[in-house]
Design a protein around this ligand. Structure first.
Ligand SMILES: Cc1cc2nc3c(=O)[nH]c(=O)nc-3n(C[C@H](O)[C@H](O)[C@H](O)COP(=O)(O)OP(=O)(O)OC[C@H]3O[C@@H](n4cnc5c(N)ncnc54)[C@H](O)[C@@H]3O)c2cc1C
Length: 414
């Protein structure tokens, strides 16, 4: 683990601040931003409340879009990540037990793959390792940020390191500190959104037969049921259900749970064996009223959260990171103040609208498919028919979900 010496160092080029960018939160979004600012000429500090090992120890799994792969490639870390994750080459989308699923294949977007599935630990620890070779970034952890004060010329971050309070002055503070962001609260930024009526139960399974690199999204009345292919012919399941049912699924004894799971999972991969604990997540849609204010910007779950259907949450965060890194680098090369509103507004204009599109799309998917009201069933059957039979509509939907629609950041083109 990279550790910051206890004594504070001053920026010799600008004695009024200790660093240019202080990133609060060393999850995947914050760590990716630190990596993306490699060789930017900016002095960057990354603070996380946990040790790096603890931050990387989560059992979470992410479907990653093609665009996320391109951004990580532009940063220069993708070749280290790719051998540790799965590439999927087909998506099968179905409506309950109704026949006629929609199958997406790489030729629908003129490529050779449709996306990736990464486990949190190899993903974050590879980013952390990459960061160790980045000279302009210093990691301070475990350092819990307690407060942030935003002034005209700099923001002052107060954090606790080994039980002792420390202060750090930065030209820009980035909140990458997750859904309950203290950076966002300290800036007085409000959020809007709602909790869904569903929770998600997630766990890993080992099926009898190969997953053949297919990702499944099955829409059922109770909520979507997703199967993502993992390395070693394992799969990750995200099973959405009303809160009570989700709790019941999480608490069922192993044999009863495996039987119920098998009914939902189907027989395509033979018998399945559950190989991890089951974890329950509440599901929420949240959008911050602002992504920026003077001397602060929000990225990742600190800025927004969405329903896991379609696996978009972290991908939105990685796009935020690529956009913010580009805006900051451009401002820096033009001699502009990276923490000023005029600079940061470029980031907000770019990302907030695009994220609304994804939030709206995932919300629409969940609502129209978790529904047995006949007119809605008819509309969605029509929608699925269009996806099966009208190629431009299929291509457009796939471009949206793979991140290929919208403004592409410079990093994705490198
Ligand atoms: C069931 C489920 C399935 C999902 N599946 C997908 C998927 O397939 N694809 C996808 O793209 N997304 C998915 N998501 C969304 C994804 O999990 C999140 O978007 C992502 O984890 C957010 O990453 P982050 O780095 O922004 O925040 P976090 O992972 O929450 O990281 C925040 C970091 O900030 C640190 N921190 C917090 N407070 C402080 C403080 N005061 N001081 C210092 N450090 C602090 C924490 O220690 C942590 O390391 C899913 C979500 C759920 C619930």
């Amino acid at each position: 683990m990279s550790q910051e010496p206890l004594s504070q160092t001053q920026d010799t080029a600008n004695p009024a601040v200790d660093c240019d960018v202080a990133i609060v939160g060393g999850g995947v979004a914050g760590t990716t931003l630190a990596c993306a600012l490699k060789d930017s000429g900016l002095r960057v500090r990354l603070l996380d409340a946990q040790t790096q090992d603890a931050a990387a120890a989560r059992s979470q799994v992410y479907a990653l879009t093609l665009l996320t792969g391109r951004i990580l490639n532009g940063i220069g870390v993708w070749q280290d990540i790719l051998p540790k994750i799965t590439t999927f080459t087909k998506i099968r989308l179905s409506d309950g037990d109704r026949s006629g699923d929609v199958q997406f294949v790489p030729s629908d977007v003129g490529l050779d793959r449709l996306g990736y599935v990464a486990e949190h630990t190899p993903l974050l620890s590879t980013l952390q390792t990459f960061l160790r070779g980045v000279e302009n970034v210093r990691v301070t952890c475990p350092a819990e940020v307690l407060a942030v004060e935003y002034g005209d010329d700099c923001a002052t971050v107060t954090y606790s390191l080994e039980g002792t309070p420390h202060q750090l002055r930065a030209r820009l503070v980035v909140g990458a500190d997750g859904a309950r962001s203290r950076v966002r609260t300290a800036a007085g930024i409000q959020t809007r959104g709602w909790q869904y009526w569903q929770s998600c139960v997630t766990f890993k399974v080992k099926p009898e037969k190969s997953h053949e690199n297919i990702a499944y999204e099955r829409f059922r009345k109770n909520g979507p049921f997703a199967i993502l292919p993992l390395t070693g012919d394992r799969c990750n399941v995200v099973w959405s259900a009303p809160h009570g049912k989700a709790r019941e699924l999480a608490e069922m004894d192993e044999d009863a749970f495996t039987e119920e799971l098998q009914r939902h999972y189907g027989d395509a991969m033979g018998r399945v064996r559950v190989i991890s604990p089951r974890r329950v997540f509440l599901v929420q849609l949240m959008q911050s009223d602002r992504y920026i204010k003077h001397r602060v910007a929000l990225v990742g779950d600190a800025a927004h959260r969405c329903h896991p259907v379609g696996g978009q949450g972290l991908n939105m965060g990685i796009r935020d990171v690529a956009a913010l890194a580009q805006v900051i680098r451009d401002a820096c090369s033009q001699g502009n103040d990276i923490g000023s509103l005029s600079v940061l507004e470029r980031y907000e204009r770019w990302r907030r609208g695009e994220n609304w599109t994804i939030l709206g799309f995932t919300d629409l998917l969940d609502r129209t498919f978790s529904n047995d009201f006949l007119p809605i069933v008819t509309v969605r059957q029509l929608g699925l028919w269009v996806l099966r039979n009208v190629q431009p509509a299929k291509t457009l939907a796939l471009q949206l979900m793979t991140g290929l629609l919208g403004r592409q950041p410079q990093l994705a083109r490198e």
